[in-house]
Design a protein around this ligand. Sequence first.
Ligand code: BG6
Ligand code: MG
Length: 215
Amino acid sequence: MKKIDGVIFDLDGVLVTTDDCHYLGWKRMADEENIYFDRAINERLRGVSRMDSLAIILEKATRSYTEDEKQRMAARKNAYYVELIGKLTANDILPGAMDVLNLLKKRGIKIAIGSSSKNTPIILKQIGLENAFDAVADGNQITHSKPNPEVFLLAAKLLKLNPAECLVVEDADAGVEAALNGGMSVLGVGSASKNQRATYHGESLATVDFNSILG
Ligand code: BG6
Ligand code: MG
């Protein structure tokens, strides 16, 4: 077993319940445009950047959209989403997350965020975790969305660790691939709990035995 010195957490769907807010924001926009969108399609958006998510949604569109229209649709979805995440509190932190963060801190293991979301700073502030991490890498600092490993490599660099010393925690298949592409081990939880490509698996942070993963 490799020694793990840092754990990089995806945010949406791993630490906080924002994944449903993303769905509701896209659903409102898609309904207004008469574009078919459902929860199965939404699963494909996990871990994927805003504009790449829109491209997936537009696969069901019956006409093509100009670049300007696409930018405005993405901005509209984001406004709906920001309205929803404005209601988040520490109660929206997912079960087990705080216990895991405290355990890692106690064991001297560095912790970081590795999220595709440009709303990461807002979300961390809403849930009171803006000062909880040793490093935050998010959608504002990267150009390539998961499954590209850019956000996780940046998080490892900010932690001053080699990728092989880091464990990523992900709920998205795209995020599992991103971690593997970056040379990191990965724990799949939630929607990625059955992803056979993941190194470790758990239903949620509440059920994972981190001590056994860390050795
Ligand atoms: C990821 C979510 O964390 O962030 C995706 O899983 C989302 O669903 C992506 O599209 C980008 O988020 P934002 O907040 O920058 O639109
Ligand atoms: Mg996620």
